[in-house]
Design a protein around this ligand. Structure first.
Ligand code: COA
Length: 135
């Protein structure tokens, strides 16, 4: 595999430090692109990020994927499910970000393709929502 090809894998609690750093960078650099704000999220402890990345059998539609070049986390995207009975077929794509130094080389596309592949394998899931910012 070429050195700069990203490896896409699910983020786990051990990745929380890198995840939190990249996420805060995304929120700081692109305040208009995300619903969460840098100001609110920088106050959250590492334990919050660890909990967010911990697999939960009650919430199988919730996970984040990371794109790694070498050992470095350079991009991420998440899925966030809805779990009321009438909404369970639906989940939202959240937190898509690729660091500027890795952008424009297909990392975002690779993340989204893997997210879609994993979403298709979840039996209850039928529909994904994706929100974008005008402009
Ligand atoms: C948007 C983003 C995730 C793209 O990641 P990337 O690794 O550069 O994307 P890729 O190189 O895989 O490009 C995939 C496609 O998206 C297009 N694209 C990339 N950035 C784009 C942008 N800002 N606007 C419109 N199209 C864009 C590319 O041209 C490419 O199109 P193609 O397949 O027709 O050639 C990244 O630039 C980013 O994190 N931006 C800031 C945060 C953000 O906007 N996140 C989304 C929140 S909803």
């Amino acid at each position: 595999m070429a050195r700069d090809q990203p490896v896409i894998r699910r983020l786990m609690p051990d990745d929380a430090g890198e995840y939190r750093t990249l996420r805060l960078r995304a929120l700081r650099e692109h305040p208009d692109a995300f619903t969460s704000s840098f100001e609110e999220e920088q106050l959250r402890p590492l334990a919050w990020a660890q909990a967010r990345l911990r697999p939960d059998v009650e919430r199988p539609h919730d996970f984040f994927l990371g794109a790694f070049i070498g050992d470095e986390l350079v991009g991420m995207v998440g899925l966030q499910g809805r779990y009321r009975p009438k909404e369970r077929h639906n989940a939202a794509v959240v937190g898509m970000y690729v660091a500027p130094d890795a952008a424009g080389r297909g990392v975002g596309g690779a993340l989204m393709r893997e997210l879609l592949a994993q979403a298709r394998a979840l039996p209850d899931l039928e529909q994904l929502d994706l929100t974008v910012t005008q402009g």
